[in-house]
Design a protein around this ligand. Structure first.
Ligand SMILES: [Zn+2]
Length: 248
């Protein structure tokens, strides 16, 4: 069966006025307000997203997908044969996710997305080394993806190891040292924190990576200045499955 790209897009997005109720974000939404908006959202429908969505539209789609995941109302979109075939020649992911390799935090599942939706880079501690940044540059510049999500998570083993190595001189061997080195600036930030130090370090690491990507020249910094790209930070709760959006 031959389906046009428009047919596939409309079928996949379930275009039926689904934006009613939650609405899309304003041009510059305050991230500190985002978690309240998520809590208030009761519409599980996918939003209509153009082939090149805005960063706000992309973020709203992730918010909605995570709400479906938390509420156990998964749609498992974009897994069908015809959708897979339509992607064989090209891809149009709507968001880049830089997440941890931790087996409990797979972006496609926690955001209820499917084939071709997310451009995912995963490394322990979601470190932004040159290879990571090069991958993000490719997706942002050549695939025109408007949004980068740095996805940290509760009880991150990489941050735990970095905390032990930097603050308590615990031994680290092999290439894990490279990861610890990349996370160490965030550990130093929370050196004086007394309560929930690991959680503070995880959040500091997310913020540090967001800042590093935002300031990365020449490609990412330029795209951000032209308002063609936005970088946001987030924190995944292993217990609830909810993604919290962080103020940077
Ligand atoms: Zn982790």
């Amino acid at each position: 069966m031959a389906l046009s790209r428009r047919d596939l897009l409309f079928a996949a997005l379930g275009l039926a006025g689904g934006a009613a109720g939650t609405g899309l974000f304003h041009a510059f939404w305050p991230l500190h307000d985002l978690n309240h908006r998520i809590a208030a959202s009761s519409n599980h429908a996918l939003h209509a997203v153009a082939e090149v969505p805005s960063a706000q539209e992309a973020l709203q789609r992730l918010v909605d997908g995570n709400k479906r995941f938390v509420d156990n109302h998964l749609q498992h979109p974009h897994c069908q044969n015809h959708w897979r075939e339509s992607l064989a020649q090209e891809q149009h992911p709507f968001a880049i996710v830089l997440g941890c390799s931790d087996s409990r935090v797979p972006p496609e599942i926690i955001f209820d997305e499917g084939l071709g939706d997310l451009f995912v880079i995963r490394q322990a501690g979601h470190v932004a080394d040159d290879d990571t940044i090069g991958s993000i540059e490719y997706a942002a510049e050549h695939l025109h993806v408007p949004l980068v999500v740095v996805l940290g998570h509760e009880s991150c083993g990489a941050v735990t190891a970095a905390l032990g190595a930097v603050l308590h001189d615990e031994p680290i061997e092999g290439h894990v040292l490279r990861i610890v080195d990349d996370i160490s600036p965030a550990i130093h930030e929370v050196r004086e924190v007394q309560q929930n130090q690991l959680d503070a370090a995880i959040r500091a690491n997310v913020r540090a990576v967001v800042r590093k990507l935002t300031e990365s020249g020449p490609v990412l910094r330029s795209l951000i200045r032209k308002q063609k790209l936005r970088v946001v930070g987030s924190y995944y709760n292993l217990h609830s499955g909810a993604v919290e959006w962080l103020t940077i």
